[in-house]
Design a protein around this ligand. Structure first.
Ligand code: CTP
Ligand code: MG
Length: 187
């Protein structure tokens, strides 16, 4: 398969995992996922992870994925641009969206254990926790699809493209969120 197509379609297929973070910022607020509880003197996740953010983010990512899945099906796009056949896209896009925010929460869990405050910069972790969460959960739920699009042979270029593109996107989106007053820090 053409390397450029693999790289670009790999980013396209990852959109349901990319949207939840920004959507969580817009939907977020209210009851924290950890209900304000602490573990060994430190918050489990902190006030930056809320139920509204989680549900809103996963819903937004899944909705976008379903919309794009229907569109690519209607356009009869090749397998490179698909989340699988039949009803499979429902599971794959949900897995990418949920995994993304589970990864984000795992990142927050690690940050709290290291004594870092909400919103404190954690280079590497902030940019890749959700990527690992989305890829990790989907590797468990749809291993064949994940390998075909991100790991097997030349498809690994899609993984490389993600690892390069995501931090750039993350930074740009956060600067926009900061300027709009939706985010307290520009990272
Ligand atoms: N958010 C939310 N619920 C989530 C994820 C995010 O409500 N499950 C909202 C919160 O308002 C959060 C903002 O989105 O402050 C930005 O998310 P993120 O940068 O991941 O959180 P931080 O504030 O940086 O907190 P942490 O240090 O825990 O990562
Ligand atoms: Mg953060």
């Amino acid at each position: 398969m053409d390397l450029l197509v693999s790289a670009i379609s790999g980013i396209f297929l990852f959109l349901p995992a990319l949207l939840p973070n920004s959507a969580a910022v817009l939907f977020g607020g209210g009851t924290p996922v950890d209900f304000g509880r602490s573990w060994r003197g430190k918050r489990i996740l902190g006030d930056g992870k809320t139920w509204r953010g989680l549900v809103g983010g996963v819903s937004a990512g899944t909705s976008l994925g379903l919309l794009l899945a229907i569109l690519t099906m209607a356009l009869d796009a090749s397998e490179s641009w698909r989340w699988g056949l039949g009803l499979m896209p429902i599971g794959v896009v949900f897995s990418l969206s949920l995994g993304s925010l589970l990864g984000d929460m795992a990142g927050a869990f690690i940050k709290r254990r290291l004594g870092m405050k909400r919103g404190q910069k954690a280079p590497g972790l902030d940019q890749y926790d959700f990527v690992m969460g989305a890829l990790g959960l989907t590797a468990l739920t749809f291993p064949g699809w994940l390998s075909a699009h991100y790991l097997n042979g030349e498809a690994v270029i899609a993984l490389v493209a993600l690892l390069v593109f995501v931090p750039l996107l993350h930074r740009s989106v956060n600067i926009i969120g900061f300027k709009l007053g939706k985010k307290k820090e520009p990272w």
